[in-house]
Design a protein around this ligand. Structure first.
Ligand code: MCU
Length: 385
């Protein structure tokens, strides 16, 4: 783990005057100086995290003063009771279920996958699964869900956090709870997170902002997830019917109300979602996409993750970042053809094995557009010392 350098990192939530129609350079600080070392990257990472909160996610509150947990077990299913809040009159309790494998736990406890709304991937043997009811933490039905859910009972209905940011807060409180609950017997260095579609967007956010997550597995997260806003806009302009920022802010409450101010001027955003994914690095991530649904914005996800991959390359761990994009299955239905890639990431990063995780591919079925890297990626990738 790199040393935290918040004291010396110039962290701001906006960059006034920024203007770039191409993808912003991961390796240049807000003030124009280059990112040369891994310690520089740690600062740059903090810059990016603040920008994403500033423009589109709202503020992610830190660990609150009230945090307690209890654990009860019945057969292979157990309940973790998490209480978190600011004061006794502003706290909340939620009770995620954990399903354990049978048999004896490995030394250090069970690996765990936190699955947004239960998840949609086949979890292999030997891994515990926590079913995370993220929609209870922050509802996501329509615009009417703004400020509704357990998170807002603590922080108030008008808190700036988007639903996805509130979900990250809930994941972090679950991990806080596991830390003080040895009876749960979870290996805290072997925690993964997954979710599909809207919950895939959320799983990516959790991996980005919660550094205790070892493996992030967004599935068919589409626009607002492992796609870039600028690339989705280009797809739409070119004739693909994809989801764009302008639509997504009207559909639901996944983003802060502040993001409404930027959806028609994406070039002023000093980040795009290649830098959201970059927050996960050097930790492991593999995202899965489905080209049968143009709405998911397929060129955008491949291009965006290709751009994000340069950060893992710069950190010397390119095989910690995978991407797989196929068709031939319904939205959020898992295609068995991707079991090898999924299991490789789980085996390596949650089960401590040593398979290859060099998986990054697409079927290139991008409708009327194609991915032209030189139109979007303007940086050369350094080797960070
Ligand atoms: C791909 O995720 C979303 C999509 O962004 C929405 O526009 C649509 O309404 O719902 C998708 C989803 O969550 O499907 C389950």
């Amino acid at each position: 783990m790199l040393a935290r350098r918040a004291d010396v990192c110039a962290v701001v939530s906006t960059v006034p005057g920024f203007n770039n129609a191409k993808l912003p350079d991961p390796f240049t600080f807000n003030n124009g100086t280059p990112v040369r070392t891994k310690a520089d990257w740690d600062c740059r990472r903090q810059e990016i995290a603040a920008l994403i909160q500033g423009y589109e996610a709202g503020t992610l509150p830190p660990k609150p003063p009230i945090l307690s947990a209890t654990f009860s077990k019945s057969g292979n299913t157990s309940t973790l009771t998490v209480t978190a809040g600011l004061a006794t009159n502003s706290q909340t309790t939620f009770t995620p279920r954990i399903t354990y494998p049978s048999g004896n736990p490995p030394t250090g406890g069970w690996p765990l996958i936190i699955a947004y709304e239960g998840g949609s991937i086949p979890v292999p043997a030997g891994i515990a699964t926590l079913s995370y009811s993220n929609s209870d933490i922050a509802q996501q039905n329509s615009q009417s869900s703004r400020g509704v859910g357990l998170f807002y009972n603590v922080y108030g209905r008008s808190h700036s956090a988007s639903a996805m940011t509130a979900w990250v807060w809930g994941v972090s409180r679950i991990i806080d709870a596991l830390e003080i609950t040895p009876a749960a017997n979870i290996n805290l260095s072997k925690i993964g997170v997954t979710g599909c579609s809207r919950d895939g967007k959320g799983a990516l956010m959790a991996g980005a902002f919660e550094e205790r997550i070892a493996l992030t597995i967004p599935q068919e997260s589409g626009s607002g997830g492992d796609t870039c806003w600028r690339l989705s806009h280009f797809e739409q302009q070119s004739g693909n019917q994809v989801q764009e920022a302008t639509e997504i802010v009207q559909e639901n409450v996944w983003f802060s109300t502040n993001f409404n101010n930027y959806v028609n001027q994406l070039q002023v955003l000093p980040y795009d979602h290649h830098l959201l994914a970059a927050l996960v690095a050097p930790r492991a991530m593999i995202s899965f996409e489905n080209t049968d649904y143009m709405w998911l914005s397929p060129m955008s996800s491949f291009g965006c993750m290709t751009a994000a991959h340069t950060i893992w390359q710069a950190l010397g761990v390119p095989d910690n970042h995978g991407f797989e994009q196929v068709g031939g299955h319904a939205h959020c239905a898992w295609p068995a053809s991707l079991n090898t890639q999924l299991n490789a990431f789980i085996n390596k990063f949650l089960l401590g094995q040593s398979p290859t995780t060099s998986y990054f591919s697409t079927n290139n079925q991008f409708g009327v557009v194609s991915w032209q890297p030189s139109n979007w990626i303007t940086w050369s990738t350094p080797t960070l010392s």
